[in-house]
Design a protein around this ligand. Structure first.
Ligand code: ZN
Length: 246
């Protein structure tokens, strides 16, 4: 039996039998893996806390025929304060679900784990506008996931543009002449500028930028449609997040 030590964040779990769980962890060495945790739903289990969603920990696993099994674990940060705040929780659940939808099992993605950890730290410690955090997270997560939108040049003719349209289907900006279907959303100079900011900014610098909530809402609507079109996955957490943060 070979053991492997990984660090990772628990994205979700499903119940198994009477007291077991299968947890999904985004890890540093193995990418996303499903791990059987025996007895983890018993209140006295040593795995009880380390197998909760959001928990960032060290996990020792061994590989069975198809799944990994948890052998040891220790918590690095449980991000408990996210769970205590309903607004933050609704965003946090969304961040976990989007990352789950953008990653394949056992495809290594250290940068996705780094993005998730940074986002959870900011959600926990920083006083940052949550809508702005989500929009920026979305842009970075889909870019790492292979769907980075092209902005500033027209996707079709290659002309440099400072305004135009965002094409959900083609994944980026197009000019007035090249817009050709109903999945185009107008992008004026100001929104184009915001797109550049969220593409380039480091998450830790978000608290320093000026933002206009209407523009953020407008771009988020485009982003949400774009993600849905490209991934073809409906995220359950979106409706809850929208309800709580109306
Ligand atoms: Zn064009």
């Amino acid at each position: 039996m070979s053991l492997i030590n990984v660090q990772g964040v628990v994205l979700k779990y499903i119940k198994l039998g009477e007291s077991d769980k299968i947890i999904t962890i985004l890890t540093d060495k193995l990418g996303k893996v499903d791990v059987v945790s025996h007895g983890a739903r018993k209140t006295k289990s040593k795995f009880m806390a380390s197998t909760q969603p959001f928990c960032y920990g060290e996990y020792q696993l061994y590989k069975g025929k198809s799944l990994y099994t948890l052998s040891q674990s220790s918590i690095i940060d449980s991000f408990q304060s996210i769970i205590m705040d309903l607004d933050k929780l609704s965003y946090g659940v969304y961040f976990l679900e989007l990352i789950d939808s953008l990653t394949e099992n056992e495809a290594k993605s250290v940068s996705m784990l780094a993005l998730l950890l940074k986002t959870l730290y900011i959600l926990t410690h920083d006083d940052v506008n949550l809508k702005l955090l989500r929009l920026t997270f979305d842009f970075k997560a889909i870019s790492i996931g292979g769907y980075m939108p092209q902005i500033s040049k027209c996707l079709k003719c290659g002309d440099k543009i400072s305004e135009g349209y965002f094409s959900i289907i083609d994944g980026g900006t197009v000019c007035r002449n090249c817009k050709d279907n109903k999945y185009n959303y107008g992008i004026n100079k100001e929104t184009m500028n915001y797109l550049h900011i969220i593409k380039n900014i480091k998450l830790e610098d978000l608290r320093n930028i000026k933002y206009d909530e209407k523009t953020i809402d407008y771009l988020q609507n485009i982003m949400t449609r774009y993600i849905f079109y490209q991934t073809d996955k409906e995220l359950k957490s979106i409706s809850l997040m929208n309800k709580i943060n109306k």
